[in-house]
Design a binder for this molecule. Sequence first.
Ligand SMILES: [Zn+2]
Length: 237
Amino acid sequence: MINSNSTNINILLYHQIGDAPDSETNPNCFCSVKEFSNQMFFLKNSNYKVISLNEAMDMILKINNIDANYVVLTFDDGCEKFYDVTFPVLEKFNFPSTIYPLAGFLGKHAIINGHEYKSLKILSQSMLLELNQLGVEIGAHTMNHVKLAQVDNDTAITEVKTSKDTLEQVIGNKINSFSFPHGDYNSEVIEIVSQSGFTNALTCINGYANNATSAFEIPRKYITYFDTLEKFKSKLN
Ligand SMILES: [Zn+2]
């Protein structure tokens, strides 16, 4: 018998995957490749099914009773290490993923609030195109990682729309998904994202994605450098 309360969709939020975070990198925005591989190995051998964001959105919007436990893998900021380190692990397990590169810094170090992050080089245009052709979904995350609810309306519109246009030109495909930088948004920001042609938006609000109140306020589960495998498992429950 299907129990709608015991089966859920977990959308996981990762940032950088690598050996260890350096001094300028927030460990909450980092996961070691060893732990990440352990997490993917666990998922492969568990009763969780790793599905694409599109499959999950279809279920969230159309199905009341989620029939199994699902996991979606998302990666914010689009660190270049995704190409060398993360994608080979995902490929090994044949897991789909969605990445949200900062469109203002493709092939360059990200500059956020005036600070140039040497360890946060963003995927180049050719890397993005190749990853997309290999099945990785590309979403938008603004040009400059701005807090959209804190900037004026025109800046917010430009950040959202230009990031969509830029990425669409790079990959030659439509960009449907948006991730709010810093998880910062309000009803005006949702309106801008929806009016710009996105079909969904992901937040940093902790929770099951199937409990979303709208397609533009999808909860996620944040995975950090401090998550042991046991902690990872507990975040899925
Ligand atoms: Zn971000």
